[in-house]
Design a protein around this ligand. Structure first.
Ligand code: SF4
Length: 200
């Protein structure tokens, strides 16, 4: 597995403050993807022990809610094994931290992956330019879903995703707020491509 970046104290890619691993490799080629440089699975740097320790140093902090796997696509065939191993280690070492994962694949196509059981929230689907909506929470286009993986797997029919959050259409300004409704209280959200591409 290769990666482009590890970002810290991130508020844009999941609940709370998070560490984000931006992996290399994606075959979805979404029109409007904000960072095509991440598509090449041979790009970036090799994910090594130093990179893992950098992540663990962040997860050691009590105020860090967890990790988000993004990219690129963490479920690209070049990444699945590495992500599974890392997710397993994180769940064992930090059982109270959450793991989010952004993928261009849809839930129905990834439900059988063995790594899915380690994920708490999965944001699925390609970024679709014609469905782009900057008011959405944690996603960039209307087709994408923010899925509560553990609730979905525990349901009678796991093929039907249980949403971690919907489209927040009923909330003023289209977003959840931290307090009184107003621009200053808006929780940051992901308004980029499905894999919440990091802006340079
Ligand atoms: S938006 Fe995400 S899934 Fe789509 S091409 Fe970019 S990295 Fe891949």
């Amino acid at each position: 597995m290769r990666y482009h970046n590890i970002t810290k104290d991130d508020m844009l890619n999941g609940d709370g403050l998070r560490v984000v691993l931006w992996v290399a490799g994606c075959e979805h080629c979404c029109e409007g993807c904000q960072n095509p440089v991440t598509w090449d699975p041979n790009g970036g740097l090799a994910f090594d022990e130093n990179a893992k320790n950098e992540i663990f140093e962040q997860l050691d902090k009590s105020y860090i809610s967890g990790i988000t796997f993004s990219g690129g696509d963490p479920l690209h065939c070049a990444n699945r094994s590495g992500i599974k191993q890392l997710a397993m280690e994180i769940k064992e070492k930090y059982p109270n931290k959450t793991i989010w994962l952004y993928t261009g694949d849809v839930w129905e196509d990834v439900i059988h992956y063995s790594l899915i059981k380690y994920i708490d929230v999965l944001v699925d689907g390609e970024f679709q330019q014609d469905k782009k909506d900057t008011t959405l929470m944690w996603k960039g286009s209307q087709n994408q879903r923010v899925i509560d993986v553990q609730a979905t797997l525990a349901a009678d029919d796991p093929s039907i995703p249980v949403l971690h959050c919907g489209n927040y259409d009923d909330i003023p300004m289209g977003r959840e707020t931290t307090g009184a409704v107003g621009e200053k209280n808006i929780i940051p959200f992901n308004a980029s491509g499905s894999c919440s591409i990091r802006k340079a």
